[in-house]
Write a protein that binds this ligand. Structure first.
Ligand code: ASP
Ligand code: MG
Length: 461
């Protein structure tokens, strides 16, 4: 089988975990599989580099932070017994001085800042890939680093770049065609058509794995992380979350968008298009089966697969008798928000059309209210719209599962559970695909809501 093995930052936290990663790679190779490795930066490194970028822009002294990053890598090199690897040590010296040289070019708070920042962030992935590759070589595995910037072509939306799939696929295929060594690929990175470094969004190396998987037509993408797969609920909220054995791409996407942190949502796109299954596995517990995401999950007895939530959101309600039957109110509402770059997380409108409400991030509420007051100033004056209400400290909860499309009564079960817990529901929305029922409760109730639903839906007594 041809496989992508992707390891996240927590799997490359230190020398010991890098050993564990190497042994997983070795076992897969020994099983006769054809392997490509995609790697994130070591744990905490991207965060630290972002702090350095911001600190530099603000004129702070970033030297100690830089030192921390160097030490983290140096310790790993020592722990892995790679300190005598001359090529590796030299590369490190070069990278470190490239970082130092790069800092004074910081352009201040302009659009160019993101471009400059991406050229700094790339060192996280370059460092970790070098270390893993050197360690694999020491273990007699013939490998080399593939700097993804050579082959992943993106637009210039630095920090969150869009990948040009076809161009990237062509380059990836051409690049690997005549190479027999195991490729250790830097996740998260790309370059625009002028060769400027770009990054694919925080946690974007999952996405890299999927892009390389689709380009190379692999049979399977394995995402190795530090939990036993995608869980039925956030382990910080419930005592006994269960790893979901199988789920469809759509279910995984619904869960990820609704806050489950295991997989970066865009990851699913290239894999889904090529129908490549994705398995989420635990680097530190490789015996666990993990979660398998594919198109053909057997729709068995389970109606729902998981719960997820996003806390600290706000909601805006727009109310007025003058909204009933009037065409174009919603169009104007969401256009004026979009024009201000405000993203809406959930929408609900009652059939009476008397009110519409939507959820958004709290730091965007003020901007949203101003935009709405401006757009509907006439309606406010005429009292067609009488109220605009902002509520805060709310949580969105999503119950996800393909089986809900064909099983009557599931909404009844959900709201009965909440009723019994005396939890007040602020708004409800069911995704048009019916595989997601979402609702809003107060932040203070979210833990209880998730716990009660988890008991009812996933913990069989
Ligand atoms: N190192 C990057 C980040 O921390 C990419 C990744 O981990 O997937 O966001
Ligand atoms: Mg990461």
């Amino acid at each position: 089988m041809k496989k992508i093995l992707k390891f996240g930052g927590s799997s490359v936290a230190n020398g010991e975990s890098i050993r564990q990663v190497a042994s997983i790679i070795e076992n897969t190779l020994n099983a006769g599989d054809d392997v490509f490795v995609v790697l994130s930066a070591m744990r905490g490194v991207t965060d630290a580099l972002i702090e350095i970028a911001i600190g530099t822009r603000e004129g702070q002294y970033v030297e100690p932070k830089l030192q921390e990053i160097n030490e983290l890598h140096e310790e790993a090199i020592l722990e892995l017994g790679l300190d005598s690897d001359f090529a590796l040590v030299t590369t490190f010296g070069q990278y470190s001085s490239q970082i130092i040289d790069h800092l004074p070019n910081c352009p201040g708070p302009s659009i160019d800042f993101n471009m400059w920042k991406d050229s700094l962030l790339c060192f996280g992935e370059l460092f970790s890939a070098k270390i893993l590759s050197a360690f694999l070589k020491k273990s007699k595995i013939d490998t080399e680093v593939l700097d993804a910037r050579k082959v992943v072509v993106t637009d210039s939306n630095y920090g969150n770049a869009y990948v040009h799939y076809q161009k990237s696929y062509d380059r990836i295929r051409e690049y690997v065609m005549n190479r027999s060594r195991l490729q250790v690929i830097t996740g998260f990175l790309g370059a625009n058509e002028y060769g400027n470094t770009s990054t694919l969004g925080r946690s974007g190396s999952d996405y890299s794995a999927s892009i390389f998987g689709a380009a190379l037509n692999v049979d399977e993408i394995e995402i190795w992380t530090d939990v036993d797969g995608i869980l039925t609920a956030n382990p910080n909220l419930v005592d006994r979350p269960i790893s979901i054995a199988e789920l469809t791409y759509e279910e995984a996407m619904e869960l990820a968008h609704a806050g489950a942190k295991v997989i970066f949502p865009p990851t699913m796109i290239p894999a889904l298009y090529k129908r490549i299954p994705i398995t989420i596995k635990n680097t530190f517990h490789p015996e666990a089966p993990g979660s398998r995401i594919s198109q053909d999950r057997v729709l068995g007895g389970e109606v729902t697969v998981g719960l997820s939530s996003v806390s600290h959101v706000s909601m805006i309600r727009l109310q007025g008798a003058g909204m009933v039957g009037v065409k174009g109110i919603n169009a104007r509402l969401f256009t004026c928000l979009a024009d201000k770059g405000i993203s809406v997380m959930l929408v609900s409108q009652a059939f009476s059309e008397h009110s519409t409400c939507f959820a958004l991030k709290p730091d965007e509420t003020e901007k949203a209210v101003l935009a709405i007051e401006d757009e509907f100033s006439k309606e406010f004056k005429m009292k067609y719209i009488d109220k605009i209400r902002v509520e805060s400290d709310l949580s969105l909860v999503a119950v996800v599962g393909e089986g809900m499309q064909t099983t009557p009564g599931i909404a009844g079960v959900i709201f009965e559970v909440l009723g019994r817990e005396r939890i007040n529901v602020e708004a409800i929305a069911q995704g048009s695909t019916k595989r997601n029922i979402s609702f809003i409760v107060g932040d203070m109730d979210v833990k209880r809501a998730i716990q009660a639903l988890h008991r009812r839906l996933f913990e069989t007594v």
